[in-house]
Design a protein around this ligand. Structure first.
Ligand code: XMP
Length: 319
């Protein structure tokens, strides 16, 4: 793709001009955006780059494994794996407002990046895989009055006290362009085709308070859901699919007994850029098979609903 080849060369020049001979740390999230940003930076500045993967305790089952293996094993790019689950879950305890959650998480990311940067002798720049839609939606709603829809942790959520300067080489791109750039950089298809995963992670898929108990149930249910989607050959038709654990318990019956357990919502959408989206039209058979498996296999969830809201008026994530 000639456009992406040209973009690649230009972006590399711009990165070199911006950072000179300084050190850069790049936060990897497990998603394709930060992985592409990191590869581009590696090409531009080689050993001046250190990647940091923060385990926030808010990842889904297996979310990080592929990216960590790719960077450590295949590309041989230095990668710090920071285990910060207790820190994040501790600070989120008792917090249920969506924007407070997002800002808390954004602030913690910066704390961790700064602490890790210090350990390697300091860094002047923090690189992120921010895309154009992240910028727009954190700043204002297109066409309307200036209202923040959500503070994306990698844009609006950055605290002013952060000393590092930002490097955001993908800021002008849409998701399909980032994927094309990933291919241009030789990234494997399995990585390029991954569904997006938000920086605040499972915290925004637990409306209300985030607890270790809910996260555990959510991970189990989400894994079954994605497993069914892959088995049905639908993964690549869907922009993003995930489960949301609701702050509601409902009454059910199992065997001879009464249950009083959490309700779960399933979400799957089609989209080209994440700015608008339609609910994915699964068959009833697929949905009932998946619901049955989740309720049978995840003790603690006894009801499953499918979210048919499009964006707008809904958003893709629930918070
Ligand atoms: P919404 O929920 O706003 O999501 O319709 C649009 C797309 O953005 C992802 N998303 C985020 N990505 N940091 C990210 O890196 C964030 O804070 C964030 N919030 C939402 C969301 O998963 C969807 O793909």
């Amino acid at each position: 793709d000639w456009t992406m080849a040209a973009f690649r060369a230009q972006a590399i020049e711009r990165i070199r001009a911006q950072v000179g001979s300084e050190r850069v740390i790049c936060g990897l999230s497990g998603g394709v955006d930060s992985a592409v940003a990191a590869l581009l930076l590696h090409e531009a500045i080689g050993p001046q780059l250190t990647c940091i993967f923060v385990d926030t305790g808010l990842l889904r089952a297996g979310e990080a494994d592929e990216v960590v293996a790719l960077f450590r094993g295949h590309y041989n790019i230095p990668l710090i794996h920071s285990d910060a689950g207790d820190l994040f879950l501790g600070k989120l305890a008792g917090v249920s407002d969506p924007e407070v959650k997002r800002k808390t998480i954004g602030g913690l990311f910066i704390d961790v990046f700064e602490a890790e940067a210090k350990k390697i002798g300091g860094a002047d720049f923090l690189a992120q895989g921010t895309l154009y839609p992240d910028v727009i939606e954190s700043v204002s709603f297109t066409g309307g009055p200036s209202v923040t829809i959500k503070s994306h942790h990698n844009v609006g959520g950055l605290p002013a006290r952060m000393k590092m300067k930002l490097v955001e080489p993908l800021r002008e791109l849409f998701k399909d362009e980032v994927r094309a750039l990933g291919r241009e950089l030789g990234m494997p298809d399995s990585m390029v085709g991954r569904h997006p995963f938000p920086g605040p992670g499972l915290a925004i898929r637990c409306p209300g308070e985030v607890t270790p108990e809910k996260l555990e149930l959510l991970r189990k249910a989400d894994r079954i859901y994605l497993d069914e989607i892959r088995q049905a050959g639908l993964y690549n038709e869907i922009w993003q699919a995930f489960a949301v654990i609701l702050p509601v318990r409902t009454v059910g019956v199992m065997g001879d007994g009464r249950t009083y357990d959490y309700a779960l919502a399933l979400r799957a959408v089609t989209s080209t850029d994440g700015m608008t989206a339609d609910s994915y039209p699964f068959t009833h058979e697929f949905l009932s098979r998946t619901a049955t498996r989740i309720i049978n296999e995840v003790r603690g969830i006894n009801r499953v609903a499918y979210d048919v809201t499009s964006k707008p008026p809904g958003t893709i994530e629930w918070e």
